[in-house]
Ligand binder design. Structure first.
Ligand code: NAD
Ligand code: SIB
Length: 408
């Protein structure tokens, strides 16, 4: 078996929720006669999602959603599967990246599955002719949905899109546990530095930031949190983390990880006051959270090695991981989220795509929530897979919970 097939087989054994969905899809073929276009991180867990959609009757065309996160052996393995075409390649330059996006769109998908909205953005800008074939789409991540809501606000979004990230069964596990564990794993395997005792600065205390902060602390790091939202900052404070501005954190931190989805978090204001040898990484969105362009333009010299770019600035060195792209996916050994976490996120994707296939034509253009029945159903499938049982409300409790007449 080729290495790509081995990786996919390994992942498949830890994805029981997708396996149970696949059994139903084989029988019901919800995507019969449909083409699904995808832009996701092409690696083994994603390949299991692709297999699940193809088992449901779809013809699948997929490419990457980050130029550095594709695992080429998995992309090649996918391309050998019946009804599946993968155009993803690690290290694609901007032109190659968008040429691959265009090859997905050349297939005229009825359903799009995006992670960061690159497909939907391309359809609404350079490839508007593709709109004729689209029923609807699904978006994986927080920032992708922020951008879609802004697009819908402007009346620019021309079809319905399901906000996969916004459902609990995605962000409670993927953003919190997935980003926390996979970012720390990638930082440790890329740098081989100790976490215990280090001053670990987390920018952003949202779902990703809090998972990362808590897991870094569990490894003995001394965590500092920066925020712009007073409520999130207070949460961090009461969760026992030091809270301060990035200007104050910059000279203290040994390791910095941005998780904001925003831009310009670590900039020329901070680089000169960083400790010599500070390590910077991004676990948020695009490579704009750390101003890597300024570093490249102002460093006296730069050394590139195994996912670490070392910039020499005024006699000090600053290390940036994964070129400022997602540290959990874009370093040479970055494996992305743990398998069991992606089983949940991609179960949401699979059932949201089925929802679009069945009901998309009745939905207005715009951003739509994942139906709560889908979210709860995935939770119950996971509990079953874990062999866990929970209580059910009795009729008396149902009545009590829905009543306003019972007082003290
Ligand atoms: N690396 C991964 O695998 C992964 C997984 C899921 C989500 N994400 C991405 O990570 C980002 C965060 O996702 P989330 O679900 O935690 O979002 P979120 O909205 O819950 O959290 C983002 C936090 O960043 C804060 N923030 C914004 N601007 C800031 C600034 N200038 N300084 C400090 N804090 C600032 C916000 O107040 C908010 O609390 C998004 O871009 C999302 O797409 C990455
Ligand atoms: N495409 C953009 C935004 C990605 S945000 C990160 C998203 O990647 C997803 N993700 C994290 N780990 C994995 C993985 O191992 N496989 C597939 N997707 C992953 C996760 O669900 C999250 O919403 C970029 O690369 O910058």
């Amino acid at each position: 078996m080729e290495s790509g097939d081995l990786k996919i087989a390994w992942a498949r054994q830890y994805m029981p929720v997708l396996s149970s969905i696949r059994k139903r899809f084989v029988e019901e073929k919800p995507f019969a006669g449909m083409t699904i276009g995808m832009a996701l991180h092409v690696e083994a867990k994603t390949a299991v999602l692709v297999e699940t959609l193809a088992a449901g009757g779809a013809e699948v065309h997929i490419t990457g959603c980050n130029p550095l996160s594709t695992q080429d052996d998995v992309s090649a393995a996918l391309d050998t599967r019946e009804g599946v075409h993968s155009y993803a390649r690690r290290g694609a330059n901007v032109e190659e990246y968008y040429a691959a996006i265009d090859r997905v769109l050349d297939a005229r998908p009825a359903i799009t599955i995006d992670d960061g909205m690159d497909l939907i953005h391309r359809i609404h800008t350079e490839r508007r002719e593709v709109l004729d074939s689209i029923i609807g789409g699904c978006e994986e991540t927080t920032t992708g949905i922020h951008r879609l809501r802004a697009m819908a606000q402007d009346g620019a979004l021309r079809f319905p899109v399901v906000a996969v990230n916004d459902t609990p069964m995605k962000h409670f596990f993927d953003n919190v546990h997935g980003t926390g564990e996979s970012s720390l794993a990638s930082i440790m395997i890329t740098t081989n530095v100790l976490m215990a005792g280090k001053r670990f600065v987390v920018a952003g205390y949202g779902y990703c930031g809090r998972g990362l902060a808590q897991k870094a602390r569990s490894l003995g790091a001394r965590v500092i949190v920066t925020e712009v939202d007073p409520r999130r900052a207070l949460q961090a404070h009461m969760d026992g983390f030091d809270v301060m501005t990035m200007d104050d954190a910059a000279p203290l931190g040994d390791i910095f990880v941005t998780t904001t989805g925003n831009t310009s978090i670590l900039t020329e204001r901070h680089f000169p006051i960083l400790k010599d040898g500070a390590i910077l990484a991004n676990a948020g969105h695009f490579n704009v959270e750390i101003d890597v362009d300024w570093l490249a333009a102002h460093a006296a010299s730069t050394v590139h090695r195994d996912g670490v770019d070392t910039y020499v600035l005024d006699g000090k060195v600053v290390h940036v991981l994964a070129e400022g792209r997602l540290v959990n996916l874009a370093t040479p050994k970055g494996m992305g989220h743990p398998v069991e976490v992606m089983d949940l996120s991609f179960a949401v994707q699979a059932l949201s795509a089925e929802f679009i296939a069945k009901h998309g034509r009745e939905l207005a253009p715009g951003v739509h929530d994942v139906p709560s029945a889908i979210d709860e159903g995935i939770a119950r499938l996971k509990l079953d897979a874990l062999g866990l049982s929970i209580d059910r409300l009795t009729p008396e409790q149902e009545t009590y919970m829905s009543s306003w007449t019972i007082g003290t």
